[in-house]
Write a protein that binds this ligand. Structure first.
Ligand SMILES: [Mg+2]
Length: 229
């Protein structure tokens, strides 16, 4: 799909973490500490120091601070996700990469599709005064996806969300900062946008990516017209 055509699609699906705000060193540390605290609350038999080390290793190896606890200690995904979410503090997000004006200048219906929890997404949006721009029907946290992940090869998560929003794959764009989440979207026929956050990107290695932008503000600025003043 040509970039110009994006503004005529029906729905823009936006990943949340890493798209609405950039990851910082402090944010990574906070996430690992939250995962370690959650694991201890769930009864994982480790010292606080060892729990933090496992959280750090889990993040480095699996891209998730909680996944290693879940696998090694056979913790139910719902408990892990819920407790971890409670331990996260939205004030650790210092700034968003998008403003209310960016969101309002975009005439396309917007929804959030995230592996974070609904409470986390709402907490961060609330901190920046953006909660009213996303009705409940347009916020999908992991618990709304039956704890399935976007990278699932059959695209089940995307199909579920398209059905809920009453849209088609062809009429939908997915904006994402995690590459492995995009092949199933492309496979179903969605247009894919990769947010690089400044990381190097070789298009030839990722044919399932249609467009790249450094951050969400740049995507909105390049794609939609500014509001008339
Ligand atoms: Mg992300």
């Amino acid at each position: 799909m040509e970039r110009e055509a994006i503004k005529r699609v029906k729905v823009l699906l936006l990943d949340f973490d890493g798209v609405f705000y950039p990851f910082t060193t402090d944010f990574h540390a906070h996430v690992n500490q939250a995962a370690a605290r959650a694991a201890l609350r769930l009864g994982v038999p480790l010292s606080p120091e060892d729990a933090l080390i496992l959280a750090e290793r889990s993040y480095a190896a699996l891209g998730s601070s909680v996944e290693a606890f879940q696998k090694l200690y056979d913790l139910p995904v719902q408990d892990c996700h819920g407790t971890f979410s409670e331990e996260l503090n939205p004030t650790v997000v210092e700034a968003l990469h998008v403003t209310a004006e960016h969101l309002m200048m975009c005439p396309v219906e917007k929804a959030i599709l995230s592996h974070g929890s609904r409470a986390w997404i709402r907490g961060v949006l609330d901190r920046f005064g953006l909660n009213d721009l996303f009705p409940d029907s347009h916020v999908f946290g992991l618990e709304d996806l039956d704890f399935r992940f976007k990278q699932q090869e059959d695209g089940a998560v995307y199909r579920h969300v398209l059905d809920r929003l009453g849209t088609t794959a062809e009429g939908t764009v997915m904006v994402e900062d995690t590459l492995c989440n995009l092949p199933p979207a492309k496979g179903l026929g969605l247009t894919t946008v990769y947010i690089t956050q400044g990381r190097p990107f070789e298009p030839a290695k990722h044919p399932y990516v249609d467009h790249t932008f450094v951050d969400l503000a740049t995507f909105f600025d390049a794609t939609f017209e500014p509001l008339a003043r």
